[in-house]
Design a protein around this ligand. Structure first.
Ligand code: WT7
Length: 636
């Protein structure tokens, strides 16, 4: 349990705990007013619920069947239907009054801004669609995107979806090696990148990283480079082209590919329990149904509002709630490329005041960092535009929740603590704005979702007792498979508890049926909300010439939630030193990226192992934190 301490847990479990009730104003504005009734109705017939939700989108041809479970767990949604994700996010708004709405407001750390109305975004995307078709890109091709949080990343994702190519966005904080792995797994033909980006005023030379990845990727035929900070970059004349030149002179209209509702729209790689990341596949038809329904109901958006999700488009949060969700809903998405404390710790509050942001969706790690700077920073700004707040990525501890509620929401804005995953595509366990809230609880499953907390045999855990969090029924925006690895899909998600989707998280339910998510049960870490596999970090250490073996665990951190501690066995004759520690830390940074921060390294002679030779990270962790060792019968 990384972020809720014992005292806070006792407090949240006591029956006298105060619930935060929504104000009359929140209730009267809400898109969904009768929360409990809607939950009950959807639970009675989830398929009917999702079929109704699908009516909010446009379909080229309607479905024959809402859900086809004949090949479960390879569920199919809206079978027989023809549609397109980009059409629903963009083309559908053209010719309506939404076309004049702002689609994107962008600002970067240095204060540069750009804005695009829906019609302008549509034309940008069409130019890119035509240019891509011009080089032979087509339905089913894989296109990798390694870009900072700039408007071109949205253009690229939407253009891929519009031609039916499968985009694979790789977070720009990943290293060249990590990018190359992902390009190879998907056999991507085209890569989008940028010359560079800024972080704390420092230039990050993305093109150079991309070049070093492409060197080992034979499938990449074209590299399209957006100019973001006028960095001098090396160009490989046979492959590279500036974005601006690529789209120059292209017509602003383009035909949209008619996709089957089950055709893959994108793959997004995420960490699992092995050293190889999983390519999570999402589909054209079902994905937008779940994303649109959640963004409208959880964040309660109205037509002309401004939504700011502080994630990066390189993660699922960015896919669903920076790019696709806000556009499906026809609202304005705010993209901020930079850190939250530059030039001063009030940057976020300044942005909210400047653009009159209505809904803010951010992460506990960020809230805790802002808390540390103090309430005097938000107090400098007027934020009456804020209506709803959101949290995502890891459990939010009650004290951070209360700070967020008081100093950012001014006791007026309900906090939507949304639990979900790359695999689920959409918010799964979350309140709606009209629900009474308890700080630290993600409240209840979204309408149409049936979640449970169970023991190993699938038996429901009693109130207050921890267990595995599972989802009992399929939902439209669910993962369809792991790219080129259907066996791993079945093994990871559908074989741990019979007939149910296994989330990998532990949780408990309280007497009111509220869910409390406690963290992962598997070997996945959450570092500042970023998902990293222990096995990935270990294999990175082991690839260093001085290392024989490595065991990696997450240890609690007051701001990041969790940080990485490593236990390393060195080769014979290699002497431990601080220099070597530094070198090893750099090795991980180089092979994974700056998100994998190593807090500490211990050099050891032995690692606790099972008889079959698996490292028992649980034992390492218990020892590190001074906790009981638990069952050690398999320990040698
Ligand atoms: C894991 C999924 C999709 C959101 C971004 C992360 C943890 C996510 C919460 C929350 C407690 C949460 C879980 C989950 N998580 N949101 N509100 N409360 N834990 O996506 O990288 O796929 O990670 O993040 O452990 O399994 P992801």
């Amino acid at each position: 349990m990384p972020t809720i301490n014992k005292r806070e847990l006792t407090e949240v479990l006591s029956s006298s705990q105060k619930k935060y009730k929504p104000s009359k104003k929140i209730i009267s504005q809400a898109n969904v007013k009768n929360y409990e009734a809607v939950l009950k109705e959807a639970a009675r017939n989830p398929e009917k619920f999702w079929e109704e939700a699908a009516q909010d989108l446009e379909w080229f041809k309607p479905w024959d069947k809402v859900l086809d479970a004949s090949k479960k767990p390879f569920f199919k949604w809206f079978t027989g239907a023809k549609c397109n994700l980009a059409y629903n996010a963009l083309d559908r708004h053209i010719g309506t009054k939404t076309e004049k709405n702002k689609a994107i407001i962008w600002e970067d750390e240095a204060g540069r801004t750009r804005q695009y109305a829906y019609l302008e975004l549509y034309q940008e995307v069409n130019k890119l669609v035509n240019a891509l078709r011009g080089i032979g890109a087509k339905k089913g091709d894989r296109i990798a995107i390694y870009m900072p949080n700039i408007p071109e990343i949205a253009f690229a994702m939407l253009a891929c979806a519009k031609i039916g190519a499968i985009h694979s966005v790789v977070y720009a904080g990943f290293s060249a090696a990590a990018l190359a792995d992902r390009i190879k797994d998907a056999r991507a033909k085209i890569l989008f990148t940028a010359d560079g980006s800024f972080r704390r005023g420092k230039v990050i030379n993305l093109k150079e990283i991309a070049d070093s990845a492409v060197k080992s990727c034979k499938t990449i035929k074209k590299v399209i480079v957006a100019k973001n900070n006028n960095e001098k970059v090396k160009f490989n004349k046979s492959k590279d082209i500036w974005y601006k030149d690529f789209v120059k002179g292209q017509p602003t209209e383009a035909k949209c590919a008619r996709m089957d509702s089950e055709d893959p729209a994108f793959v997004l790689y995420t960490s699992g329990t092995t050293s190889k990341p999983k390519g999570v596949v999402h589909a054209h038809g079902g994905y937008p149904v779940g994303v649109l329904r959640t963004i409208k109901w959880v964040f309660d958006l109205k037509g002309d509002e401004i939504f700011w999700c502080t994630a990066d488009p390189g993660w699922i949060t960015g896919h669903s709630y920076i790019i696709y969700g806000p556009l499906l809903a026809g609202v304005t998405t705010l993209m901020y490329e930079g850190v939250p404390d530059m030039p001063a710790p009030d940057r976020m509050w300044r942005i909210i005041e400047k653009y009159k942001v209505n809904v803010l969706y951010t992460a506990p790690t960020l809230i805790r960092a802002m808390m540390k700077y103090g309430a005097k920073w938000p107090a400098k700004h007027k934020m009456p535009s804020l209506r709803i707040l959101g949290s995502v990525g890891e459990p939010i501890n009650p004290s951070a929740w209360k700070w967020y509620y008081k100093y950012i929401g001014k006791n007026r804005c309900p906090i939507m603590d949304t639990w979900w995953q790359t695999e689920t595509g959409m918010n799964m366990i979350t309140p709606l704005p009209t629900a009474p809230l308890k700080p630290g609880s993600a409240v209840k499953p979204f309408p149409g979702i049936i979640a449970d907390v169970v023991d190993k045999k699938g038996k429901r855990a009693p109130a207050g007792k921890g267990g595995y969090l599972i989802i009992r029924n399929p939902w439209p925006s669910m993962i369809r498979t792991i790219y080129k690895n259907p066996k791993r899909y079945i093994k990871t998600y559908w074989s741990k508890v019979k007939g149910a989707y296994f989330t990998g998280d532990v949780a408990f339910r309280d007497k009111d049926g509220y869910f409390w998510i406690q963290g992962r049960t598997d070997d996945v870490l959450k570092i500042a909300g970023h998902r990293i596999g222990t096995a990935e970090v270990e294999s990175s250490f082991v690839s260093h010439k001085s290392v024989v073996e490595a065991g990696v665990i997450g240890v609690p951190d007051p701001i990041k939630g969790e940080v990485i501690k490593a236990f390393i066995i060195l080769k014979q004759g290699i002497n431990p030193s601080d220099n070597l520690k530094q070198e090893l830390k750099m090795q991980v940074r180089k092979t994974i990226g700056p998100i994998a921060v190593i807090k500490d390294i211990d050099f050891v002679d032995k690692l606790p192992k099972t008889r079959s030779g698996k490292i028992m990270r649980r034992v390492l962790k218990a020892k590190e934190l001074g906790l009981p060792l638990g069952d050690t019968s398999s320990l040698v």
